[in-house]
Write a protein that binds this ligand. Sequence first.
Ligand SMILES: Nc1ncnc2c1ncn2[C@@H]1O[C@H](COP(=O)(O)OP(=O)(O)O)[C@@H](O)[C@H]1O
Ligand SMILES: [Mg+2]
Length: 340
Amino acid sequence: MPNQENETIIELKAISKRYGLGDAESYALHNFDLTVKRGEFIMIMGPSGCGKTTLLNIIGLLDKATSGEYKLAGKSVERISSRKKAQFRAKEIGFIFQSFNLIPNLSVIENVSLPLIYSGYRKTRRLKMADNILEHFHLREREYYMPYQLSGGQQQRVAIARSLISNPSIILADEPTGNLDSRSSHIIMEELQEIHSLGNTIIMVTHNPALTTYATRVINMLDGEIDTDIKTVADQDLPKPGDPEKISVRILSKKRPVELEVDSKTKVVVTGKNVTIEDSSKPKANEEPKEETDSEEHKIEVKKTSKKPAAKPEKKRSRVGKILDKAKSKSKSKKKEKES
Ligand SMILES: Nc1ncnc2c1ncn2[C@@H]1O[C@H](COP(=O)(O)OP(=O)(O)O)[C@@H](O)[C@H]1O
Ligand SMILES: [Mg+2]
């Protein structure tokens, strides 16, 4: 599937947002068409008041268009119930704002765990998840600080951690670096770039033309319409999600050496001298050990056999990548630990 184009995730057709009536009538968006492929990193620029925030709010289901059609993941938004919309927003969309929008009377860890309230997890679990993501943002030692005790850059990193905690596939960022110095802006951009390289879709509003180098597409808006729209990365070269790498597992047993190839979602559990391969795609009841060695000496070797090609291979891994890859590497490190 290397040259397959990514699916369309967002489709706006003739979207208008009107304010006021009669003489006072004005359009924040006017007959706006936009098709977004999964894996695009779009930067939106344009003068103040041209409709950038309105556009993000409509895409993020925070606001409704006056007319036009909006299809999200192939479904007409008009036909999605408000309950489903709220669920989709909580699970799939992460918002980052210029003013961070942290809740001032909640600690850092409480802020970050907030989106999980709708996840059904218990509070201790939610705080543990927030603790994990904060650790990877190097903010663990500030977990119990209040937002006002942090610098702007730190507050924005907390806000990004919060926007990522439910592992959304679409990130909407409204001038996320607008209130930051250039060093903090750079750190934030590195984080966003990492999230993007994992196949997520990012739409970001910015006033800073220097940041557009991170984008795969730059749209300039004027008076509620698209002025220019330039793609710098072809659709077929965008990063793709859900393309798990294959891992080859070798169980080196004296009697019965086994070699098998699994994808990175498969769980390999080592208990003493027993090895269980759990296929995560199967329901729990059907889970059965597929390979079990005798009670003899054995070793396990894990090798990556293929890796999906990154869209921008020159980019180095950073903290967020490590968080999001954590699940993948967990089983591998467990195996290493228990190697006998
Ligand atoms: N609630 C509102 N009532 C009336 N006009 C609004 C409202 N929100 C936004 N607008 C107008 O819509 C236009 C686009 O606003 P906005 O999307 O915030 O622009 P941008 O983010 O590009 O600065 C502006 O002219 C703004 O005044
Ligand atoms: Mg705005």
